[in-house]
Design a protein around this ligand. Structure first.
Ligand SMILES: CC(C)(COP(=O)(O)OP(=O)(O)OC[C@H]1O[C@@H](n2cnc3c(N)ncnc32)[C@H](O)[C@@H]1OP(=O)(O)O)[C@@H](O)C(=O)NCCC(=O)NCCS
Length: 162
């Protein structure tokens, strides 16, 4: 069921969205996913939501996977031209609700230690820091350049209806 919020409508992504998802990720992350990565995620059964504007153009996406009793946010990005309009909040809260309905009780995520904007976004949505993974991310052209991951979690108890 599509969910409308402000000027965005959330729905399930389809393989035809992969080029647009990769384009948004390319201008959002230093090590972006390609089209093939998104197709592989669809084939693996992960849940990918899109936010579309009034013209049905994808302006953001959130990708998560359900684990037994838990869930993991794999990726989230909003078109740079459409940030700070509540699109990320809409995507993540909808993803949380869908994964909670599937039985997840807690959402986990990892974020680059240098990505303070995303950490503030997650904190605003109720996430707390739960740990740190040293050298988790590649951080440059050379393989030896690494960056820590900050681990964050949020209970999904409020999203569960049963
Ligand atoms: C993180 C991201 C998805 C947030 O999407 P968004 O649509 O801009 O977020 P929202 O408008 O829903 O913001 C919700 C709240 O989060 C916080 N927030 C969001 N972006 C923020 C920023 N850059 N700085 C500080 N707080 C921020 C604010 O509290 C905001 O509420 P407010 O605008 O009423 O103050 C977006 O900035 C993005 O695509 N970043 C690049 C990709 C990325 O870093 N992804 C996460 C990788 S782990």
């Amino acid at each position: 069921m599509p969910l409308n919020f402000s000027t965005a409508t959330v729905g399930i992504a389809c393989p035809e969205d992969a080029p647009r998802l990769a384009a948004i990720d390319a201008c959002s992350n230093s090590h972006p996913w390609g089209e093939a990565d998104f197709i592989a995620a669809f084939q693996a059964g992960h849940l990918c939501l899109t936010a579309r504007d009034d013209a049905a153009e994808v302006i953001g996406f959130a990708l998560g996977r359900a684990l037994p009793d838990e869930a993991e946010l794999l990726l989230i990005a909003v078109d740079p031209e459409r940030r700070r309009e509540g699109v990320g909040r809409l995507l993540l809260s909808t993803l949380e609700a869908r994964l909670a309905e599937s039985g997840a009780r807690v959402m986990h995520l990892e974020v680059r230690a240098s990505n303070h904007a995303a950490q503030r976004f997650y904190a605003a949505l109720g996430y707390s820091v739960s740990g740190r993974r040293p050298g988790y991310y590649p951080a440059g052209a050379h393989a030896s350049m690494r960056e820590d991951a900050i681990l964050m979690t949020r209970s999904l108890a409020m999203e569960r209806t049963s």
